[in-house]
Design a protein around this ligand. Structure first.
Ligand code: ADP
Ligand code: MG
Length: 473
């Protein structure tokens, strides 16, 4: 028999630990701004890496010609080509192919992985059909989206700091991934140049900017989470090179690793972190991203099963399996509006091979709601922190450049390009995120901030960055 008073107490204690009242979120906003400054001041100045992307030219819409992109960031990689036709014509034609990477290659040798990728790319290039026009005498150019932590040294070079997401090829760590790809392409007799190496966040920003010049920030909310934004070059003390002509540079924050004592955390989060593959790392990501939300819920349910017999006297054994409950499951349960919570019953049966009383099912929905609300509110605080850093969190505070663009009838808005399955497929999460952003910004400012879904913008974005950093410009 369930021990209701114990169950209620566990739930309440968890909710208290996750609480995100506005004053607390404002502390998170301010802490993020402080860390952003510290990370920009010097290398290693903060857990926020604030990586220079060397992207100082974002797409304008004027780009012309044929460009390629290669997107490597998970279990699949994508190759794509676009024929660009300037401001009026825009994207005349595009084609892409998606190839899954054999698991053996993810943990095999460096050369095998890059040979495989280059061979796929070569066959994709060979299938170039009607409507795609490489210019005679010019090399084809490629934007390379590589979504692993890279220490970038220029727009077209960067060394791998570490693999993540199931890849483990120690030879590659410390190598320039562009050189590796370029060498593999040469072995395939493929005459193509990597013009831009970009993170997926940066690709998303570029893809968004192509259509909308008010895009200043990009956020990824998928399996993992990250953000980037356009910073003034003179606000980057650690930048030692010549200031870019454009006066600005995109900063890849790697915000998944943000940490602050103001983040609302519970013992459940500590346990998840301690048992993870990267304890002590990616503290913010573990509170907000799709990879983890389901497992936070599972851990709370396990505690309620053990201490309050939520599922009866026997603890369902599947409840002990890490990551068995996935974020799509919690979004499905959270969206259940039926009086008897049919969807919750279905998920419990399929995932945990168990059932629970209606009262227990209601508590389970409450746990999902608590986890999703905390995550969404923290993402909202993160976005507001970035807006604050770039002075877009007030209506009053307008610098000259912005005043000019407002007078010219543009740049009234600040747009956040968003990509990722968590944001795209979880309506209640989106609702919490938007409502909290409005509360933090105030209605007047919030009207000038738009979060725009930019689905798979990073692939096109990389091709566009290859265009805006072309060797022929
Ligand atoms: P990736 O981040 O790996 O590039 P996506 O952007 O497609 O991939 O995001 C996939 C992630 O989105 C999944 O790992 C999952 O956490 C989350 N997700 C997918 N579908 C849903 C859903 N229906 N509800 C909530 N989250 C979802
Ligand atoms: Mg992605």
């Amino acid at each position: 028999r369930a021990n209701w008073s114990r169950a209620v107490a566990i739930l309440q204690e968890f909710k208290d630990g996750c609480a995100t009242p506005l004053h607390r979120l404002r502390q998170v906003v301010d802490a993020l701004v402080v860390e952003m400054h510290a990370g920009l001041a010097l290398e290693g100045g903060s857990k926020l890496k604030m990586i220079l992307s060397y992207v100082d030219n974002l797409p304008t819409g004027e780009e012309c010609g044929l460009y390629y992109a290669l997107d490597l960031g998970g279990t699949n990689f994508r190759v794509l080509r676009v024929q660009l036709a300037g401001r009026e014509g825009r994207i005349l034609q595009q084609e892409y192919e998606e190839v899954s990477i054999p698991e053996a290659l993810m943990v095999g040798s460096n050369e095998e992985l890059f040979d495989f990728i280059a061979a796929e790319l070569a066959s994709f290039v060979a299938s170039e059909g009607e409507g795609f026009h490489p210019l005679p005498g010019r090399q084809r150019e490629l934007g390379f989206t590589f979504s692993f932590p890279v220490k970038q040294t220029s727009i077209d070079s960067g060394t791998l700091l570490k693999w993540t997401k199931g890849f483990a090829i120690s030879e590659t760590v410390g190598k320039d991934v562009v050189e590796e790809l370029q060498a593999a392409m040469a072995r395939q007799n493929l005459d193509m140049r990597v013009s831009a190496l970009v993170n997926d966040t940066v690709g998303t920003l570029a893809g968004g900017r192509y259509w909308n010049e008010d895009v200043m920030v990009a956020v990824i909310l998928g399996t993992g989470s990250n953000a980037c934004y356009v910073e003034r070059a003179d606000a980057i003390p650690k930048w030692r090179g010549v200031l870019p002509k454009s006066g600005s540079m995109v900063i890849n924050m790697e915000w998944g690793n943000f940490w602050s004592s103001h983040l609302p955390r519970t013992p459940v989060d500590d346990a998840l972190d301690a048992e993870s593959l990267n304890p002590g790392d990616q503290g913010f990501e573990k509170l907000i991203s799709g990879m983890y939300l389901g497992d936070i819920v599972r851990r709370v349910l396990l505690k309620m099963a053990q201490e309050a017999a939520l599922f009866g006297d026997v603890i369902p054994s599947n409840l002990l399996i890490p990551f068995i409950l996935r974020t799509p499951d919690i979004s499905a349960m959270h969206a259940d509006e039926s009086a008897d919570l049919k969807e919750v019953t279905r998920v419990l049966k399929v995932v945990f091979k168990t059932q629970a009383s209606l009262r227990s099912r209601k508590m389970i929905v409450d746990v999902c709601d608590t986890v999703a609300e905390r995550a969404a509110c923290l993402v909202a605080a993160g976005i507001v922190g970035i807006l604050k850093k770039i002075g877009r969190d007030t209506v009053g505070n307008v610098d000259m450049a912005r005043l000019k663009s407002i007078l010219a009838g543009k740049g009234r808005k600040t747009v956040v390009a968003m990509d990722g399955g968590l944001y795209e497929h979880y309506p209640k999460f989106r609702e919490y995120l938007h409502n909290t952003a409005v509360e933090l910004l105030g209605k007047e400012v919030a009207e000038q901030v738009v979060v725009e879904l930019s689905k798979d913008g990073s692939g096109i974005g990389a091709a566009l960055l290859a265009a805006s950093h072309s060797q022929y410009l």
